[in-house]
Design a protein around this ligand. Structure first.
Ligand code: LLP
Length: 423
C-alpha cells in the first residue's frame, strides 16, 4: 500500500496534489511520500519482529536505492541502519544522523581511503568480498591500531531469476567469496590481531519475486555458519542482504514481507545469530513517482503516436537499462478515450523510450504524467546526460512538501569545467 491516490480524478501524494508540486517546482521532478517510506519500513520490521526466534535484526536500508539525506533521515529516525557501498554513501548516512554502529560498508571494490574513513567512523561491519581486500583492511587496521569488524560476503551460487543485470548470486558473478574461501579467510582473520571476524553475508540479486532462491541461499548460509562454528569460530552475525521484489503494476506479485520472514524463521530461526538485512527497493520504490510534462504529441501519418515528455532516460534510466515497466498515469482527471502511445524522452538515442504501444488515456502537450514506483533507483541513477540539469526531489509529509534536492542552475552545471589552460 502507498499514499499516492486519486481524489476527484486528480493524483495526490498524501494531501498534496502532484499538479501543485509541478507548478511550484517545475518538471521533471521526483516526489516521495514520507508516510509510505515509514509504512514500508514498519511492515518489513514488524514481519521480522513477529517471529521471536529472529531477535531484533539490524535493518540496514540500502542507500543506493535512494540516498537523499531527507529520505535517510526519515528512515534513520525509525531505527533503520544503512547499507552503503562507497565513502559517499557512508557520509550520506552519517549526515542523516544514522549512527556508525548501524552502518554496513559493502562493495566489491573499496579504495584504501574509503576503508580508512569507514574504520575511523566506527562502522558496524565491513563486508569483505575478496582476499586482497581482506589483506588491505588488515593493513589499514594495523596502521590505525584498531580492530576491523569484518563480515565475509559469500556467493551462494543460486539462480535468483529476474533481470540478468541485477542478479548477483551466481558463482560467475563478481560478488563475494566461495564457501571454501570463506572458511579459509575466516580462519585467517581470526588469527589476525587487527581483524575481528563477526560473521557472514549474502545478497543474491534484486527484484526477486520467488522465495525459492532466497530459501536455497539462506539454507546454504546456515550450513556455513554451522561449519564455521564446528571449526571453532564464533559467528555472531548473519547478513541476509536485500532483494525482496516489490509490486510493479502489471508485473507478477512478489512474496509478502510476512511470507519472507516466516521462511527465514523456519530456515534459520534457531541459529542464535544477530540478523541483518539490506532492503532498498521494497522500502523506496513505491514511495516515489517521477512527474513529467508532455511536450509534444507527435502523430505519424502511418499511425504511430508519440508522446514526447520533458523527462528522459537521464532522469529515469530503468526502462532503457533493464526494460523496466513503470505505470504511467495522467495527473489530472480525464475522460479521454485510451489510445496506444510510444512514450519517449528528448534524449538523442532510441533507447530513450519509456514504453511502446502503451494504451493510456489520450494526452496532449501540457498534460502532466506520473511514472509510478520510481522511488528506488530513479533519482539515484539520474545523470546530466545531454546536459540536462539533475532532476530535483521533493518530500511530502501530510499537507506539506519540501524540495529536498533542488534543480541546479545552468551556471552551476558549468561551474566546475574550467577550460584547460592552453585553451
Ligand atoms: N545489498 C547489496 C549488497 C546490494 O547490492 C543491493 C542492490 C541491495 C542490498 C539492495 O537490493 P534491493 O533490496 O533494493 O533489491 N538499479 C537496479 C537495481 C540494482 C540493485 C543493486 N544492488 C534497478 O533499478 O532495478
Amino acid at each position: 500500500m502507498n499514499h499516492f491516490e486519486t481524489r476527484s480524478g486528480d493524483l495526490y501524494c498524501e494531501d498534496v496534489s502532484l499538479a501543485a508540486i509541478a507548478a511550484a517546482v517545475g518538471t521533471p521532478v521526483y516526489v516521495y511520500s514520507q508516510a509510505t517510506l515509514e509504512r514500508h519500513f514498519h511492515v518489513f520490521r514488524e514481519a521480522l519482529r513477529s517471529h521471536a526466534n529472529l531477535g531484533e535484526p539490524l535493518i540496514a536500508y540500502a542507500v543506493k536505492a535512494n540516498g537523499n539525506v531527507s529520505v535517510l533521515r526519515v528512515l534513520g529516525a525509525l531505527g533503520a541502519g544503512a547499507d552503503t557501498v562507497s565513502e559517499g554513501e557512508v557520509r550520506r548516512a552519517l549526515a542523516a544522523g544514522i549512527p556508525a554502529s548501524r552502518i554496513v560498508f559493502s562493495g566489491v571494490g573499496k579504495r584504501p581511503q574509503e576503508i580508512e574513513f569507514a574504520l575511523r567512523a566506527g562502522v558496524a561491519e565491513i563486508n569483505v568480498e575478496s582476499e586482497p581486500e581482506l589483506d588491505l583492511i588488515a593493513a589499514i587496521a594495523e596502521r590505525l591500531t584498531l580492530q576491523a569488524p569484518v563480515v565475509f560476503r559469500v556467493n551462494p551460487d543460486v539462480e535468483a531469476g529476474g533481470h540478468a543485470k541485477i542478479a548477483t548470486g551466481k558463482a560467475e558473478n563478481k560478488f563475494g567469496v566461495s564457501f571454501t574461501e570463506a572458511r579459509r579467510l575466516y580462519a585467517k582473520a581470526a588469527d589476525h590481531p587487527h581483524l575481528n571476524p563477526l560473521g557472514v553475508a549474502c545478497h543474491i540479486g534484486s527484484q526477486i519475486i520467488d522465495l525459492t532462491p532466497f530459501e536455497q541461499a539462506f539454507s546454504k548460509m546456515r550450513g556455513l555458519v554451522e561449519t564455521l562454528r564446528a571449526e571453532g569460530h564464533s559467528v555472531e552475525r548473519l547478513d541476509l542482504g536485500g532483494g525482496l521484489g516489490v509490486p510493479y503494476f502489471n508485473m507478477p506479485e512478489p512474496p509478502s514481507p510476512a511470507d519472507y520472514a516466516a521462511m527465514i524463521a523456519r530456515v534459520i530461526g534457531d541459529l542464535d545469530v544477530q540478523l541483518a538485512f539490506e532492503p532498498g527497493r521494497m522500502i523506496a520504490a513505491n514511495a516515489g513517482v517521477l512527474v513529467a510534462q508532455v511536450l509534444h504529441r507527435h502523430e505519424r501519418p502511418e499511425g504511430r503516436k508519440f508522446l514526447v515528455l520533458d523527462a528522459a532516460m537521464n532522469d529515469l534510466l530503468r526502462p532503457a537499462m533493464y526494460d523496466a515497466f513503470h505505470d504511467i498515469r495522467p495527473i489530472a482527471a480525464t475522460n479521454a478515450e485510451p489510445e496506444p502511445f510510444d512514450v519517449v524522452g528528448p534524449v538523442c538515442e532510441t533507447g530513450d523510450t519509456f514504453t511502446r504501444d502503451r494504451v493510456m488515456p489520450s494526452l496532449d502537450s501540457g498534460d502532466l504524467v506520473a511514472f509510478m514506483s520510481a522511488g528506488a533507483y530513479g533519482a539515484a541513477m539520474a545523470s546530466e546526460y545531454n546536459s540536462r540539469p539533475l532532476v530535483p526531489e521533493v518530500l511530502v509529509h501530510g499537507d506539506r512538501f519540501a524540495v529536498i534536492r533542488r534543480r541546479p542552475t545552468y551556471e552551476e552545471m558549468l561551474a566546475d569545467e574550467a577550460p584547460a589552460d592552453w585553451l
